[in-house]
Write a protein that binds this ligand. Structure first.
Ligand code: NAG
Ligand code: NAG
Ligand code: NAG
Ligand code: NAG
Ligand code: NAG
Ligand code: NAG
Ligand code: NAG
Ligand code: NAG
Length: 516
């Protein structure tokens, strides 16, 4: 429940920065005018906006979630970029990390969407052509095209993020009507240490919105009422200026503490400080909300600073050394909020488990698994952004007016779009049949019992080692399941503090890649 504090004056109304950043508080208790009765609004399908953990759990029983998301086009460059942060990591149950890709379609390579989804990641909607306050055809056309050309089951596309984080009250209504499960476009813009923090755990809109009340007209004060539809706030980091120094998306591209140049050391410091405030408080999630193209090392002409990449990995190394820290997709977070089991039961919590499709590696089938699909992809050679797909090239590029054009049959036999009752790795789009027809062949569980970082680490001394620029280990080191040493922490000298002109150089070089 929210404290019903009425502020004597509204906090200043501060607009979104152009890339979906924020520059100050986007809500206040008075602007929210929010009330919700937890006796009426109960999990799993109703949750009041609250800074306290769901289900009445004590913070000590609650995992600290780090939500990892990427926005825009899915390409080899952007997946390489995400992989440099996640591929080497595991969660405490020994499973590899899943994340959410808010996908827009311009410049997207559809087969890589299939691959990323089949690897266990969440594919969510970010409009077809990256427009703010999107019309319905941009949002729903994305579902149709992702289903037709990437084989993502419609029922699995559950989330939405607005390009530029620019949504309206109508956007939220439209999403609920199209049976999305959640939106994740609103900012949590006030630190968790502030009694009026807007860092709510994910909540349903049964009683309207409680975030961005100062910036999105027609929301809050009980509106819009969308029962069962969730908002997953995006949790800002705060630099030394506190509430006046928020950093929401790609914080590593911002200057910290009002400085004039990007300083990775300062960024790391405030990211750790904000994380610790969440961790030692009510354990609201924290998020790394990325536009991965900015950190690509493979896109021609983009040279992301190695120091920034190393800094982000240092942050994740540091966070993962602390007990009960999980890096998750938006939908994994939401599954836990809907059914908030204490950390002692996480070992058996299905949404965090790792499952792999039980498919014979020798099967030759275009299914999103690189070893199975080799040689089977169609190349759709459109001039502005060519792409590959398992599902047959469309005769024209998909667009909001025509998200699922008929197939171009001149290049061979028409392929079959995924059947509503088959899951992606089992669908053979060439034969048009499902390889799995009963439960015995679907997915095998590869999870391991919750590991030593959860059960044993105290994490007590991890707060100071980076601030001091040293990599001094805590007394009990993180021991991954495979027994391998954790990735080495960075020596101070490995990431020089100043990256002059980084953003400008990036902006100038990737004109053919979706910007935001
Ligand atoms: C597109 O996907 C194909 C098949 O996986 C891959 O060979 C190619 O490098 C990808 N290109 C981009 C730009 O993503
Ligand atoms: C997206 O692609 C379409 C089709 O090529 C093009 O008309 C449109 O301008 C593109 N939009 C953006 C934002 O790049
Ligand atoms: C959001 O989009 C609308 C319509 O496209 C535009 O008028 C408005 O200025 C945008 N708001 C922000 C904060 O970018
Ligand atoms: C970068 O930030 C660190 C930590 O706040 C600070 O000690 C250092 O002086 C900064 N470097 C520059 C060049 O401002
Ligand atoms: C290609 O073949 C399919 C199935 O035979 C058909 O439905 C579709 O209309 C054809 N597309 C074109 C462009 O002829
Ligand atoms: C899926 O549906 C089709 C047609 O409705 C049916 O022929 C097929 O047996 C079903 N497959 C499974 C796995 O249920
Ligand atoms: C970890 O904790 C468990 C239970 O608290 C204990 O039995 C075990 O010995 C500890 N392991 C280490 C390496 O300290
Ligand atoms: C940094 O580390 C050195 C050596 O371990 C120690 O003497 C010093 O007090 C530390 N400084 C801070 C600010 O923690």
């Amino acid at each position: 429940m929210l404290p019903y504090v009425v502020l004597s004056a509204l906090l200043p109304l501060l607009a979104f920065a152009q890339d979906g950043g924020i520059s100050g508080p986007t809500s206040s208790a008075q602007a929210a005018g929010y009330s919700c009765d937890p006796k009426q609004c109960k999990l799993p399908n109703c949750n009041c906006a609250s800074t306290s953990p769901p289900g009445g759990l004590q913070p000590s029983d609650v995992p600290q979630f780090i939500v990892f998301t990427a926005d825009d086009a899915v390409q080899s460059y952007t997946l390489d970029s995400v992989n440099q942060f996640l591929a080497q990591r595991k969660n405490p149950n020994g499973c590899s990390i899943k994340m959410t890709y808010y996908t827009s379609l311009n410049y997207t390579n559809y087969t890589l969407v299939t691959d990323w989804y089949v690897a266990g990641n969440e594919i969510a909607d970010h409009t077809m052509t990256h427009v703010g306050t999107p019309p319905a055809d941009e949002v729903n056309g994305n579902l149709i095209a992702l289903n037709a050309l990437a084989g993502i089951p419609l029922s699995e596309i559950k989330g939405f993020r607005a390009p530029f984080l620019n949504y309206s009250v109508d956007t939220l209504k439209m999403l609920a009507q199209a049976q999305f499960t959640y939106d994740s476009s609103a900012a949590a813009s006030i630190p968790v240490t502030d009694p009026d923090s807007d860092a709510y755990w994910p909540y349903t809109l049964d009683n309207g919105m409680a975030n961005n009340c100062l910036t999105v007209p027609g929301t809050c004060q009980g509106q819009p009422k969308l029962p069962g539809f969730w908002e997953i706030p995006m949790y800002a980091f705060f630099d030394d200026r506190g509430v006046d120094g928020p950093h929401l998306m790609d914080p590593w591209l911002d200057t910290a503490n009002g400085g004039s140049t990007v300083n990775d050391t300062a960024t790391l410091e405030y990211m750790q400080k904000t994380f610790t405030a969440h961790y030692n408080g009510n354990r609201q999630p924290i998020g790394l909300y990325t536009h991965p193209i900015h950190l690509s090392t493979t896109y021609p002409g983009v040279n992301a600073p190695k120091s920034t990449i190393d800094m982000i990995n240092a942050f994740l190394d540091w966070a993962q050394k602390q007990p009960n820290v999980w890096i998750v997709s938006s939908i994994q977070l939401l599954e836990w909020v809907r059914n908030p089991v204490p950390i002692s039961q996480l070992n058996n919590f299905a949404p965090l488990k790792c499952t792999a499709p039980a498919i014979d590696a020798s099967q030759h089938i275009c299914n999103g698994i690189p070893q199975n699909e080799a040689g089977l992809l169609s190349h759709c050679a459109f001039s502005d952004f060519p792409f590959y797909t398992c599902y047959g090239c469309p005769s024209v590029q998909p667009s909001p007016a025509n998200p699922n054009p008929s197939q171009d049959n001149s290049t061979g036999q028409a392929r079959h779009r995924i059947s509503a009752n088959c899951s992606t790795p089992f669908w053979d789009p060439i034969a048009g049949k499902c390889l799995c027809t009963d439960n015995s062949c679907t997915f095998t569980d590869l999870s391991r019992p919750i590991g030593p970082n959860g059960a044993n680490l105290t994490g007590g001394d991890t707060g100071s080692s980076f601030a001091n620029g040293s990599a001094s280990p805590s007394t009990t080191a993180y021991i991954p399941f495979n027994g391998a040493a954790p990735p080495p922490l960075l020596p101070y000298g490995a990431w020089p503090a100043i990256i002059i002109g980084c953003i400008g150089a990036l902006l100038g070089t990737y004109g053919t890649v979706s910007r935001l």
